[in-house]
Design a protein around this ligand. Structure first.
Ligand code: ATP
Ligand code: MG
Length: 592
């Protein structure tokens, strides 16, 4: 029976169709068991979120389980800092592996025992060809490879050499353990792939216990089976490796049938026979990885951005990492919604980053409380407002959700408005403040600009206004209408804040497709960060805890910074997104 999907029908995606089929066939009883297997060699990015939502999501839907497996078989690049960040990010996204956190390095002895079994079966051999020679002998897509002169070593010789490898008797690169499959296979992956290599390196968990490390293709399928995984979901680039996934597990299953192979280790055979993961072994299924416009999604490239200082760290709010999005103010709900909308398919595609922003705005529009803040303040003195008067306006925290309550906003004779909200010579469609015009100060009063004060360079530094006391609350009893409504803060009560505005990190839609000797680094946007240090915000924001989302009316969604914001002391806000939603526009264009 083929394990791969038929053409997907409408409705459920192909992964869920496969699971339905397997449940119907009783292939694993009623078990559904997946895993999310990151290598702890970097921080997780939005592409990983797709895999996390799929693996944990599927398990939850079917009442199954999902393991978190740290796939740490390469000692050189891995680190506990990454392990910690991965755990934090998966949890933050809203998923729980309960007591099923595993490390591939926990299975090193098991991998080793399987390798010896393969040697005893005559299915693996120690090869002394150099890396270059192995490459040369491998052949090409068009021509078959040729056998290594070491391919027919005896079982005894192979066992002795492999144990010497393990015991540290050889230097890095002296030899490798290879699977004996077929040097003429049309699939290059099957031309006697390496199973083990020598690496005298310190491992972040096993220390110096091992100096040989298993290759991904050998370790991954064995880890899956060892953990009783049923559906091993990975990305499309592993499609060619699937026959090797199958070969390793099928070879092991074949070995289990022959007791004579276990004469020296009957307990190993008993263990394997009792293990549900080998009785009904997992199969691999590949889905399309997520690509998103305007950024790079590869740990190697993200590491480069961090190490070369193009960003302030993995959690720089411009980074497409999960921790970057978190610090920027994205919510786990919005990322999960995004992953659901993009779905799971078998063909690679690139998703507009505007869709992710759209999901964010939908979520924050409902949940984010509204406040007043001025990014580029321009002073306004209300000349006829009594010196000793001090109104306090009670404003709703959300225009459509009364249950969120209200906050009190003090008003005064001197206020600040947004510099962009004033024009001395306003064009027709500009409805905000201009000389002689009456506008509304949100929830406060109608005011009319009477005077414009400039410095010696001709720059506007202050406005003078009059207010109409009959318009308290921001509406006029006589039904007089104004076109513009402005946000403001009281000069006496406002609190200074630093606000960080972000633009795209790259100047092109696809920095991965660098041309003409350029690399993605050459497309970094030099103006992607704009720090405003003279912002003023309403006093209610003074005690906000780091990581709080809210909206400044008209200027966007913001979030108190997770690192640099200190309540009551130093206020630092990140702009998560502007209010303008470009997704609707893109959709309209697509329909045309
Ligand atoms: P990168 O290419 O960024 O280094 P990776 O595939 O090497 O990523 P792993 O830590 O091995 O990173 O990935 C863990 C899991 O996440 C794998 O199952 C992988 O297929 C999946 N994954 C990684 N990137 C994406 C992506 N862009 N879209 C969907 N799934 C992804
Ligand atoms: Mg990888």
């Amino acid at each position: 029976m083929s394990n791969q999907p038929e053409a997907p029908a409408k409705g459920k995606d192909f992964i869920r169709q496969i699971i339905d089929r397997d449940l119907e066939d009783g292939k694993y009883g009623n078990r559904v068991h997946t895993r999310f297997p990151p290598e702890p060699n970097g921080y997780l990015h939005i592409g990983h979120a797709k895999s996390i939502c799929l693996n944990f999501g599927v398990a939850a839907e079917y009442g199954g389980k999902c393991n978190l497996r740290l796939d740490d078989t390469n000692p050189v690049k891995e680190d506990t800092e990454y392990v910690d960040s991965i755990r934090e990010d998966v949890r933050w996204l809203g998923f729980d592996w309960e007591d099923r956190q595993f490390f591939a390095s926990d299975y090193y002895q098991f991998f080793y025992d399987v390798a010896e079994l393969f040697i005893r079966m005559g299915r693996a051999y120690v090869d002394n060809l150099s890396a270059d020679e192995i490459r040369e002998y491998r052949g090409t897509l068009k021509s078959p490879g040729k056998n290594s002169p070491y391919r027919d070593r005896s079982v005894e010789e192979n066992l002795e050499l492999f144990r010497s490898m393990r015991d540290g008797k050889f230097e890095d690169g002296t030899c490798v353990l290879r699977a004996k499959i077929d040097m003429a296979s049309p699939n290059v992956v099957l031309r006697d792939p390496a199973l083990y290599r020598i690496k005298h390196a310190h491992h972040h968990r096993t220390g110096d216990t091992w100096c040989i490390y298993p290759m991904y293709d050998f370790a991954h399928c064995l880890s899956d089976a060892f953990e009783n995984v049923t559906h091993s979901i990975c990305t499309l680039e592993f499609e060619n490796n699937r026959p090797l996934y199958d070969w390793v597990l099928d070879t092991l299953l074949e070995g289990i049938k022959d007791e004579t192979l276990f004469a020296d280790c009957p307990e190993f055979l008993a263990e394997l026979k009792a293990h549900p993961g080998f009785a009904a072994r997992p199969y691999q299924y590949e889905f399309a990885r997520l690509n998103i416009t305007g950024t790079v999604l590869s740990k190697r490239k993200l590491i480069q951005l961090v190490q070369e200082g193009h960003v302030s760290g993995w959690d720089d709010p411009r980074m497409p990492t999960i921790c970057g999005f978190r610090r920027r103010g994205y919510t786990p709900e919005s990322i999960r919604d995004f992953c659901e909308r993009i779905g799971v398919a078998k063909a690679d595609s690139t998703v507009e980053s505007a869709l992710l922003e759209h999901c964010l705005r939908q979520d924050l529009n409902e949940r984010a409380p509204r406040y007043l803040g001025v990014l580029n303040p321009l002073k306004v003195v209300i000349e006829n407002y009594p010196e000793d008067q001090e109104d306090v306006f009670e404003m709703p925290l959300h225009p459509e959700d009364e249950s969120m309550g209200t906050r009190k906003v003090p008003f005064g004779k001197e206020i600040y408005i947004e510099r962009d909200d004033f024009m001395e010579d306003p064009p027709k469609k500009f409805f905000r403040m201009g000389p002689g015009r009456e506008v509304r100060l949100r929830f406060a009063y109608y005011v009319t600009c009477t005077d414009v004060i400039k410095d010696e360079n001709g720059e506007v530094v202050e406005l003078r206004c009059t207010y109409d006391p009959e318009t308290k609350g921001g509406w006029s009893k006589d039904g007089r209408k104004v076109k513009g409504t402005m946000h403001w803060v009281s000069a006496k009560h406002a609190i200074p804040a630093e606000i960080r505005l972000f633009d795209k990190l790259f100047t092109v839609d696809n920095p991965n497709a660098a041309k003409d000797g350029k690399t993605f680094i050459d497309y970094i946007n030099p103006d992607s960060l704009n720090v405003l240090t003279h912002c003023l915000v309403e006093p209610a924001l003074a005690e906000m805890q780091p990581g709080t989302n809210f909206q400044f009316e008209r200027t966007g969604y913001f979030c108190t910074d997770l690192r640099d914001h200190t309540p009551g002391e130093k206020l630092v806000f990140n702009r998560t997104a502007t209010l303008r939603d470009s997704w609707a526009k893109i959709q309209k264009q697509m329909k045309k």
